[in-house]
Design a protein around this ligand. Structure first.
Ligand code: SF4
Length: 458
């Protein structure tokens, strides 16, 4: 079912505009509370914001008698976007069994480490391809610490042929899931004048026009408009503008009509916005940054903006890394593990490298040098049974005798044994068969409870 664009003469894209401005601008939020009619008239809306009060007034929403049709329609629109995100996160279309198994495990691990709220926002995209070296924008909070823009990869020969064969190789190896890749990372897409050509190839080869996130929507509005149009024509349902300052936000709303941005999320990264910055990358070094009211604006706990469990590729220098998100730390300041790293000069080389990495992944406990409990997990006892607990989740040992479970966990905490050694020791001490112990370990591994963090930070 398609979400309608308008309900009771209220265009949903105008509702979206009202809400994003309320998030970005405290004075607007206050004015909306005090005088909704005046706000509507200033925005050029000919409808009453009270019709959608449940969307911008939390207190009202808590006691909302019954949702108005427009509130229901807007919530359905949001639900549609969340469903799309869920289908990107699902493993559907990941044809390579080793990649699929590894990615599923990273999803479980991330959930235990970061909790459902953050885990649901991460799509574990299969690949991100950078078309430049660095970024011209230079945001103080850049979660992936983009360096200054130093090189742009042109869509000329032989680059365009190399691009097409690189995408074809990745699609052949990964399967249809490759369509959820995108063409930026520590780069801004619009720094590259040929970005649209690269995206058109991406669409032709993977079947999906890649989603764009840019902080440069105002650099050349006509170009941005054409890109949005192309993207929409090719079936891409969502793009994003990063909003860096309040001035920038108001200029974006001035330049583009609400209808033009119907499928563009304006992400308010301005300091006055009610959103917090993720403590990763450059923001890690700016934990003392405050807004005008003196409130800290960088979140305290380790976070990440990394959303790839797959391949991060820079086309300028042929660098490829296999990465997966984690909480940013001194070891992993950019909020992702680097599991493998290499270089390629041709699509054939890239294909060989990726296949060899996938072949060499430890995807079963018998391939791990030692079986060890993940540092994110703690051991607890509940009603005479051992349980593994992280800050956000728990894993119990239902159906396993308490003594056996306790013994397995104690050996996992030791972390000195291979899976086979541990199974044998458990047989001697608790009487549980080796086959049962190995099956239990495999399950704990699949659930992300065992340590597989790469030893050396790249
Ligand atoms: S956040 Fe995006 S736009 Fe800003 S510096 Fe980093 S890569 Fe560039």
């Amino acid at each position: 079912m398609q979400t309608p664009t308008e309900v009771a003469h209220i265009p949903l894209y105008e509702v979206k505009r009202l809400l994003e401005r309320a998030v970005a601008e405290p004075a607007f939020r206050e004015k909306l509370q005090d005088n909704p009619a005046q706000v509507a008239s200033e925005c050029g809306f000919d409808w009453d914001p009270n019709e959608v009060r449940a969307l911008w007034d939390q207190q009202y929403a808590a006691t909302e008698p019954a949702a108005t049709p427009v509130v229901t329609a807007f919530r359905e629109r949001v639900q549609g976007l969340l469903s799309m995100r869920d289908s990107m996160r699902s493993g559907e279309g990941a044809h390579h069994p080793a990649y699929h198994k590894w990615r599923e495990r990273q999803k479980h691990r991330f959930l235990l480490e970061m909790g459902q709220g953050k885990a649901h926002a991460i799509i574990h995209a299969p690949m991100a391809l950078e078309l430049n070296k660095g970024c011209s924008v230079g945001c103080w909070f850049c979660g992936v610490s983009a360096p200054k823009l130093s090189e742009i990869w042109a869509y000329d020969e032989p680059n365009s042929a190399h691009w097409r064969s690189t995408l074809t190789t990745l699609k052949e190896i990964l399967g249809p899931i490759a369509r959820w890749g995108f063409c930026y990372w520590a780069t801004d897409p619009l720094d590259n004048p040929d970005y649209e050509k690269f995206c058109s190839d991406f669409h032709e080869i993977t079947g999906q026009f890649p989603q764009t996130t840019t902080a440069l929507s105002l650099r050349d509005p006509q170009r941005t408009r054409k890109l949005l149009q192309l993207s929409e024509e090719k079936g891409c349902r969502i793009n994003r503008f990063s909003i860096l300052t309040l001035k920038n936000f108001l200029a974006v709303h001035q330049e583009y009509s609400a209808r033009e941005l119907a499928h563009v999320e304006c992400i308010p990264q301005n300091i006055e916005s009610s959103m917090k910055y993720t403590k990763a990358g450059k923001a890690q070094d700016r934990q003392d940054r405050t807004d005008r009211a003196g409130n800290l604006v960088v979140t305290e706990e380790g976070g990440t903006i990394a959303c790839v469990s797959g391949f991060l590729i820079n086309m300028v220098d042929g660098l490829i890394r296999m990465i997966t998100p984690c909480a940013a730390s001194s070891k992993w300041p950019l909020g992702y593990w680097v599991v493998r790293e290499g270089r390629f000069a041709s699509a054939e080389e890239l294909g060989r490298l990726v296949l060899s990495w996938l072949d060499s992944l430890a995807n079963s406990i018998v391939q791990l040098p030692f079986v060890r409990l993940s540092p994110a997990m703690r051991v607890m006892e509940e009603e005479g049974q051992v349980v593994l607990v992280s800050d956000y989740g728990r894993v119990s040992f239902r159906g396993i005798p308490a003594q056996s479970a306790r013994q397995v966990v104690s050996l996992l905490v030791d972390g000195k044994h291979t899976a086979e050694e541990l199974a044998l020791l458990n047989l001697y001490t608790s009487g549980m068969s080796e086959t049962e112990t190995l099956a239990l370990l495999e399950r704990l591994f699949d659930l992300g409870c065992l340590d597989e963090e790469p030893v050396v930070a790249a």
